[in-house]
Design a protein around this ligand. Structure first.
Ligand SMILES: *[C@@H]1O[C@H](CO)[C@@H](O)[C@H](O)[C@H]1NC(C)=O
Ligand SMILES: *[C@@H]1O[C@H](CO)[C@@H](O)[C@H](O)[C@H]1NC(C)=O
Length: 261
């Protein structure tokens, strides 16, 4: 509220100083603003999905700079600079700049992101391949539930399956994000491998996403098909759990079919 008042008080001067409406609509926002972290979060989901490497995941560390530009009747475009950390080792992995363009009319912002990373891909590629090879040789499909469990524990045999769920759900979370509504991965409720005759490995997941800022839990069915070195093929369907326990209600846009061509 205070910021709004302050901006409108400054507007007449800004217009005089900067004749183009394009330029006065660009403003710096404090990096502590929820919107700045939300923009960083969706940029990281975009990165994790596109990396194609479940052992090369990162998470958002710090947002260093944030500006937003309003495009009237279309939406807001955020420009941010942020740092990331490695999901496995918690070590700093580098700095990224990103442009996130939220459309007011539909979810799934357009994301452009560049990162400078000091991290080597070699170890991640090896871990990816070992996980892939192990899954490929299963004659009985693996299955599991509650990953992590209520103590936050993940059975080491399911680490790869968990990372693959994060990479696949990153696609769904990115595609469901609106400005002011974002997601984090909470838990795998169930997972079942689907044996395939081709070169891919495939899993069917029931997962829980944590919606922010509503704090709601959203359950999604996620079908992930993957081969090392490529982003996964993802198909998903999400439903909001109602707090009063009356069941589930289809979420708007939940018929989205993923990126299967
Ligand atoms: C990413 O890098 C390209 C090439 O240097 C540049 O044109 C683009 O503006 C950059 N994008 C962002 C979001 O930093
Ligand atoms: C539960 O919540 C939904 C949506 O808020 C509402 O439509 C429904 O009537 C509620 N059901 C009960 C039993 O309170």
């Amino acid at each position: 509220m205070q910021l709004l008042l302050c901006l409108s008080a400054l507007l007449p001067f800004a217009i005089q100083a900067l004749p183009s409406p394009e330029s006065w609509s660009v403003r710096v926002i404090p990096t502590s603003f929820r919107a700045a972290r939300e923009a960083g979060r969706v940029a990281v989901q975009y990165l994790n999905y596109h990396s194609g490497s479940p052992h090369h995941l990162v998470y958002l560390d710090e947002v260093k700079k944030a500006t937003v530009k309003t495009v009237p009747e279309i939406g807001n475009k955020f420009y941010i600079e942020f740092t990331t950390k490695d999901y496995e080792s918690n070590q700093e992995t580098g700095t990224c700049t990103a442009a996130i363009f939220y459309h007011t009319a539909y979810p799934g912002p357009a994301v452009h992101v560049n990162c400078s990373s000091s991290r080597s891909l070699k170890k991640a590629r090896e871990d990816d391949y070992n996980f892939y090879k192990q899954m490929k040789k299963q004659t009985i499909p693996i299955s599991g539930e509650d990953i992590p469990d209520s103590f936050g524990f993940i059975d080491p045999d399911f680490i790869g399956v968990w990372y693959l769920a994060i990479m696949g759900s990153s696609f769904a979370m990115w595609k469901e994000t609106f400005e002011g509504r974002s997601y984090t991965m909470a838990q795998i409720k169930n997972v079942k491998q689907l044996l395939r005759k081709d070169d891919y490995i495939s899993f069917d997941y029931d997962i829980l996403l944590h919606e922010l800022p509503t704090e709601e839990m959203v359950s999604c069915n996620l079908h992930v098909v993957w081969i090392p070195g490529r982003p996964p093929k993802v198909d998903y369907h999400c439903t909001h759990k109602l707090e009063n326990g009356s069941g589930t209600e289809p979420e708007e846009g939940s018929t989205f079919l993923g990126n299967f061509k």
